[in-house]
Ligand binder design. Structure first.
Ligand code: 6R9
Length: 653
């Protein structure tokens, strides 16, 4: 984030006190803070007991005897899918709509809790019949269709472990995730709709599995796109053909609270994505608790919509597990916001009378660009709470979101959390907190957070530092799949007893928290995490490229954009000169990782700025990418490199 933006953030002084009428009916109350403060563990135990059904009650709340490996509620037993489904039906809410699904071409389906439960039971039996057992891994590579939710819950129901891979990721990315988790089954679709076209998924699965060597025994295929698919007899099975053949009934067995629920890969500072592990009881407790209190959920009357794809953690916690554990009615939308016209989202809000809406700043900023007349064509008066997640929301976007989407009346909750934290950690509570545009504000009741110096000491008022979590929390990651050492090194080695989040932050005079972006080599593009190292290694895998350096440059719409500096191999300069290198390399990255990683700009350079120890000085490249004068170059091994780069770029390379 540039210093202008930071100044702008810190000078934002508008405040929005809770509306008394809203506060009178609010789910959350100030007492929550007092209760958690008085006895943090008792507070969490109470949440776990009140919000979930335990097949076997727990007696131990937290076991932190082997830090940083936490166990929560570990002598208790539960079934995550039962908590999201059966118990609502048994409580008499089977007729409540769980999912109002809206397909991009305009088809739609409303699915009740009873129907969703029935679908998941069959899918659970199907997976069992395919040999999937407790603890086995199942990869899910799907569009935003109800079957994606059914697939996740069916895997959870039988105690297997899902690994959802975002449908926009490439065959190569899918393969490396299948390999890392040693998945036994892949659940996919023929294709899904995006911007009016069908994008193929099954063919990417075929490509991922083409050269053999995996443990995948079956590929289950949901029909959605209607596009042609190739078929491997014996391996591939149609979802709609198999399901009617299995038993409709399925009894949910209880698993230990620490039984693994899923693995979700996220970008770190090295090229290899990390498989973040989440388990059952603590994860579901905090998802349900945050979803209820942060969004002021009244499940009988609210219609909730989180626009995230299930391929990201927000889709896991706030499309699947939180809302369904709480018995909420929600909207699930398959496509892109602007299709077939820019106001599609707002029409969906009007159609289903959405009352709680959760999205990302990058989406809000792109709507701002289109102008307020587009949302103003729809009736958005059903909205009463708005949420933001994924990156800092600048005050301008915050105010626009409140005025234009929220009719100048809805509270906005800016929720800070990560794949690793599993659920929301810092946020205002609607009806309780006086809102400050641009600040994520306060740790939730039960969560302990600080901003510290490099030496681990708390910063003073109006000082910046590193965001840390000082006490274990129920939905914390339990490790990195197959790599416990990397878990310790990445998050705990820096401070020993505190979790290092990788975010810079500042505490204001009231002690409230302002997030300032990542402090490591992780970029945030449209709220999605990308690693510079991962894109660099994709680039050097191209025959033209000798060396590359990637930086995240600030971008008006996407927050950050990928900018790559590339050195072409001498042996390939001629070949490169006769190609559109830019398009070639951008396409190559999209093919290797996925379209979200495609660089916005690629600069061909002769040399990269490096320190004497050979470290690329990305700070200087960021200056170039953002069009600023280049900062201090004195630690460069060759101080002329930067002037050569800037001269060349000024010359229109
Ligand atoms: C949920 C999610 C995590 C990173 C995180 C931070 C950034 C997320 C934010 C935010 C400022 C917020 N981030 N929410 N920054 N304000 N409200 O996005 O998970 O994809 O793992 O990304 O996103 O930098 O460290 P994930």
């Amino acid at each position: 984030m540039s210093s202008d933006t930071i100044d702008n953030l810190l000078h934002e002084s508008r405040r929005f006190a809770p509306d008394p009428e809203f506060a009178a009916n609010a789910v959350a109350s100030a007492e929550l803070y007092e209760e958690a403060e008085a006895d943090r563990l008792a507070f969490w135990a109470k949440q776990a007991r009140e919000l979930l059904h335990w097949h076997k009650p727990f007696t131990r709340t937290l076991d932190w005897s082997n830090p940083p490996f936490a166990k929560w509620f570990d002598d208790g037993e539960l079934n995550v899918a039962y908590n999201c489904l059966d118990r609502h039906v048994l409580a008499g809410n089977g007729d409540r709509v769980a999912i109002h699904w809206e397909g991009e071409p305009g088809d739609s389906r409303s699915i009740t809790y009873a129907e969703l439960t029935a679908d998941v039971k069959r899918a659970a039996n199907l997976l069992t019949s395919l040999g999937v057992r407790e603890g086995d891994r199942v990869a899910i590579y799907m569009p935003m269709i109800p079957e994606a939710v059914v697939a996740m819950l069916a895997v959870a129901r039988i105690g297997a472990v899902h690994s959802v891979v975002f449908g926009g990721f490439s065959a190569d990315s899918l393969r490396s995730r299948i390999d890392d988790a040693n998945a036994k089954v892949v659940i996919t679709a023929d294709g899904g709709y995006r911007k009016g076209n069908v994008f193929p998924l099954k063919s990417a699965v075929d490509a991922a599995l083409a050269d053999g060597g995996t443990n995948v025994e079956h590929v289950l295929v949901v029909r959605r796109g209607g596009n042609d698919v190739e078929w491997v007899a014996g391996r591939d099975l149609w979802w709609h053909e198999e399901l009617p053949q299995v038993d409709a009934d399925h009894e949910a067995k209880a698993f230990g609270a620490e039984h693994p629920l899923y693995i979700l890969y996220t970008s770190g500072t090295t090229g290899k994505p990390k498989g973040i592990i989440h388990t059952s009881g603590g994860y579901l407790t905090q998802c349900a608790y945050t979803h209820k209190n942060v969004f002021d959920l009244h499940p009988e009357t609210d219609v909730y919509w989180c626009s995230a794809d299930i391929g990201w953690v927000t889709g896991h916690s706030y499309v699947v597990y939180g809302p369904l554990a709480n018995g909420a009615t929600q909207v699930l939308y398959e496509g892109t916001p602007e299709f077939p016209k820019p106001g599609r989202w707002w029409e969906i809000i009007e159609k289903y009378k959405v009352s709680i809406f959760y999205t990302a700043p990058t989406a809000i900023r792109s709507f701002m660009k289109q102008g307020r007349q587009i949302p103003q064509q729809s009736d958005l008066s059903s909205l009463r709470v708005l949420g933001s997640v994924g990156e800092p929301i600048n005050p301008e976007a915050w105010i626009w979101y409140r005025e234009v989407i929220g009719g100048d009346r809805t509270p906005i909750v800016d929720t800070w959390w990560q794949t690793e934290t599993g659920s929301i950690m810092i946020s205002a509570l609607p009806g309780v907190t006086t809102l400050k545009p641009g600040s994520a504000q306060v740790p939730l009741p039960g969560i302990s957070i600080d901003v510290v110096t490099d030496a681990g000491e708390s910063v003073g008022p109006d000082e910046g530092g590193l965001l840390v979590i000082t006490e274990p929390w129920p939905s914390m990651l339990r490790g990195i799949w197959g790599d416990p050492e990397r878990y310790k090194e990445t998050y705990w080695a820096k401070f020993g007893d505190k979790y290092f989040a990788g975010d810079g932050a500042r505490k204001d005079k009231d002690g409230e928290i302002w997030l300032l972006g990542r402090v490591d080599d992780v970029m945030n593009v449209s709220g999605h995490r990308l690693s510079t190292a991962e894109i660099e290694s994709a680039l050097v895998a191209h025959p033209f490229v000798a060396e590359s350096a990637v930086v995240g440059a600030s971008d008006e719409t996407t927050g950050q954009a990928v900018v790559a500096f590339v050195i072409i191999k001498r042996s390939h300069q001629e070949a490169a000169a006769s190609t559109d290198v830019n398009a070639e390399l951008r396409g190559h990255v999209a093919q290797q990782i996925g379209a979200i990683a495609r660089p916005r700009d690629i600069y061909i350079v002769e040399e990269l700025p490096k320190t004497r120890s050979g470290k690329i000085m990305r700070r200087l490249l960021r200056d170039v990418a953002e069009g600023r004068p280049v900062g201090d170059t004195t630690t460069l091994a060759d101080t002329t490199v930067m002037s050569i780069i800037t001269d060349k770029l000024a010359g229109g390379a």
